[in-house]
Write a protein that binds this ligand. Structure first.
Ligand code: GDP
Ligand code: IMO
Ligand code: MG
Length: 425
């Protein structure tokens, strides 16, 4: 049975939510393994739309068990809001559908404050984070002062830990950042109603997944963000603070590497990026504006306009190699329906030399000049096309060039945001 990782092959927002929703019908488990409510995964089905931030995208198609894995950082207040949204959208009993790892770390209000004051203090070097407390929560985790979901079940211990952590954090807020201190009593009482709602979902999800692997059950591991935002492999420091790449799926869920059978990369037919950091194929012209307008490229979490550019095949190949992707899904092909010409980056010029790999040094990525190959557009709607052969010839030429260049085929081509607007090959 398939154990499939679904990973963004770019800088996030590739359409992971749509593809996970589509594939979840054939899965018994859908597992988020890293990140937190910085993610925004959009699902459209039956004239309904929902943007999920923490809950896995497997809630609405079939009846898979949805797990928030140990690698995720969870804001309990944001999670309760999301649970309510899900329950309002469809008639669903989350009782035997949602499972939260007791080892997942908690995002506390102080993490969000720290995220925001640190960004402010970086000035023009700001990362452009989502402000959801992600970085500071992972800092707490690796510096071993984090609070885990399991701790929420023990109110006295929780309060003690919050007070201890706040002593340090208030010190920094007051003396380093010149910001007001936070109050522990207020924080504890603010968290209480959220804890009351989420505690019934907290359990040992690693054990659940080990049993599922042993029983050969189909599992989807849902990545958030994208390969180029990976804390190790992305454009550091303009990255997120977790590992969206394949290794993160194992550490963030407890599923062992040899259990994984498929690595599915999701890429748009062009590129986008939100937040700061280098983006070699970024377009600052009317084509970039058109991609943003046609593709509705505004952040699902923060509403910020996404930076847009041509597809970067060197960056895509890097993501494929990093994650061992043996399948690809191409999304948002329809966004390019009315382009007369389309470019793809097939190499870079770096300091006067031609290179065909993605540099690990961010200052080098900043200096890359893309080398483009130009294609004629198809100038016909691809929406509602359900078979690959019905796609316009120029669209197929574009797709097949990418496949040839990368060496991996597209098993899915998406031509609209809805579940139904998909070609499965
Ligand atoms: P994710 O974070 O990777 O799940 O992606 P987001 O939900 O942040 O952003 C993808 C956006 O594109 C969402 O608004 C989707 O509804 C939309 N989308 C997904 N696939 C397609 C597609 O093939 N065509 C179009 N036009 N929109 C799509
Ligand atoms: P999904 O799962 C796109 C970006 C932020 C910022 C950087 C660090 O929807 O694809 P963080 O708040 O994580 O510390 O911000 O990462 N970022 C995303 N960009 N899609 C996302 O998630 C993102 N999550 C974080 O914009 O540049
Ligand atoms: Mg998103």
């Amino acid at each position: 049975m398939a154990v499939r990782i679904i990973i963004g092959a770019q800088w996030g927002d590739e359409g992971k939510g749509k593809i996970v929703d589509l594939l979840s019908k054939e899965s018994n488990y859908v597992v988020r393994y890293q990140g937190g409510a910085n993610a925004g995964h959009t699902l459209k089905f039956d004239d309904k739309t929902i943007v999920l931030h923490l809950i896995p995208s497997g809630m609405f198609n079939g009846d898979s068990k949805c797990i928030i894995g140990n690698g995720v950082v969870i804001d309990p207040i944001a999670l309760v809001e999301e649970i309510k949204e899900v329950e309002q959208l469809v008639d669903i009993d989350l009782h035997d559908r949602l499972f939260i790892s007791s080892s997942a770390h908690v995002i506390l209000p102080y993490h969000k404050v720290l995220d925001q004051v640190k960004e402010k203090s970086r000035g023009s070097d700001a990362i452009g984070t989502t402000g959801r407390g992600i970085g500071p929560a992972y800092v707490s985790k690796v510096s071993r002062v984090g609070i885990r979901m399991g701790d929420l079940l023990n109110p006295e211990l929780l309060e003690e830990k919050i007070r201890k952590n706040l002593a340090d954090i208030n010190n920094a807020l007051k003396h380093v950042y010149n910001e007001p201190e936070l109050n522990a009593d207020e924080m504890v009482s603010q968290l209480k109603p959220a804890i009351d709602t989420v505690k019934k979902y907290i359990c040992n999800t690693t054990e659940l997944l080990h049993n599922a692997v042993e029983m050969n059950e189909p599992i989807l591991l849902e990545g958030a963000q994208g390969s180029l935002l990976d804390v190790d492999h992305g454009t550091y420091p303009y990255v997120t603070s977790s590992s969206p790449t394949a290794g993160g799926a194992c550490t963030g869920s407890g599923v062992p590497p040899l259990a994984i059978t498929h690595s599915l990369g999701i890429t748009k037919a062009y590129c986008t990026r939100v937040g700061n950091g280098p983006f070699p194929t970024e377009l600052d012209d009317s084509d970039g504006e058109k991609l943003r307008k046609n593709g509705q490229e505004f952040g699902a979490t923060t509403g910020r306009p996404r930076r847009c550019g041509w597809l970067d095949l060197i960056a895509l190949k890097y993501a494929v190699r990093l994650n061992g992707m043996n399948e690809l899904a191409l999304t948002k092909l329809d966004v390019m329906d009315d382009f007369e010409t389309i470019k793809v980056c097939t190499g870079y010029e770096l300091d006067g030399e031609t290179i065909d790999h993605y540099p690990t040094e961010t200052d080098q990525v900043e200096r890359l000049k893309p080398i483009y190959k130009t294609f004629s557009g198809w100038q016909r709607s691809t929406r509602d096309i359900s078979s690959y052969d019905e796609l316009p010839e120029n669209a197929r030429t574009y797709i097949e060039f990418i496949e040839e260049f990368i060496g991996v085929d597209f098993t899915i081509v998406s031509t609209g945001p809805k579940r139904s607007e998909t070609i499965v090959r």
